[in-house]
Design a protein. Structure first.
Ligand SMILES: Nc1ncnc2c1ncn2[C@@H]1O[C@H](COP(=O)(O)OP(=O)(O)OP(=O)(O)O)[C@@H](O)[C@H]1O
Ligand SMILES: O=C(O)C1=C[C@@H](O)[C@@H](O)[C@H](O)C1
Ligand SMILES: [Mg+2]
Length: 165
């Protein structure tokens, strides 16, 4: 959270001239309410089910840049579906992440002590993100435009890019 997936993903799609989709927005469209309301009304497990379905549909139907919710890759089925895709990991350190998410509004998993929760999530998830990524980009102290430009250059260098999307 706060890595900049939504912000950078949108910029990258514009740079590449392709469409942009965010899995959180797709889940919200399916549920008819914001992510944090799904967590409160229905619980995290219900959110994760909707997220798994939304990501699977997006990978099947959408041909542009897909920004994933921060926890989407915790699901083994989602990880399997991402194989062969040009997965990008936006690396962010604790300090920049905390600055970017502020009080954590709209991010239910950060409720309570934002800094401690961000640290815990980064520690738990970084190995998973690193294991999936074809491209990793450091984002600390850099603008979203700069990060998007580095990803676009990295995609150009990936082998068999056209077959893999
Ligand atoms: N490289 C950056 N430098 C500074 N601020 C950034 C950068 N990238 C994103 N931001 C800002 O950080 C905040 C969080 O970014 P964003 O919502 O894109 O993160 P996210 O990874 O999509 O988070 P989530 O997992 O909650 O969906 C936004 O206010 C955004 O403008
Ligand atoms: O990191 C997470 O688990 C989450 C990140 C957000 O994108 C949302 O998908 C939701 O708030 C959960
Ligand atoms: Mg996002």
């Amino acid at each position: 959270m706060g890595a900049g997936k939504t912000t950078v993903g949108r910029l990258l799609a514009a740079t590449l001239g392709v469409t942009f989709l965010d899995s959180d927005h797709a889940v919200e469209a399916r549920a008819g309410k914001p992510v944090q309301e799904i967590f409160v009304d229905d619980g995290e497990a219900a959110f994760r089910t909707l997220e798994r379905e939304a990501v699977a549909a997006a990978l099947d139907e959408h041909d542009g840049v897909l920004a994933l919710g921060g926890g989407a890759v915790l699901d083994p089925a989602t990880r399997a579906l991402l194989e062969g895709h040009a997965v990008v990991f936006l690396r962010v350190g604790l300090s920049d992440a905390v600055k970017r998410v502020g009080l954590g509004a709209g991010r239910p998993l950060l409720l309570g002590n934002v800094r401690a929760r961000v640290k815990q999530l980064l520690d738990e998830r970084t190995p998973i993100y690193e294991g999936l990524a074809r491209i990793s980009v450091d984002t600390d102290g850099r603008s979203p435009q700069d990060v998007a430009a580095e990803i676009a250059a990295g995609l150009d260098r990936l082998p068999h890019r056209t077959e893999e999307r």
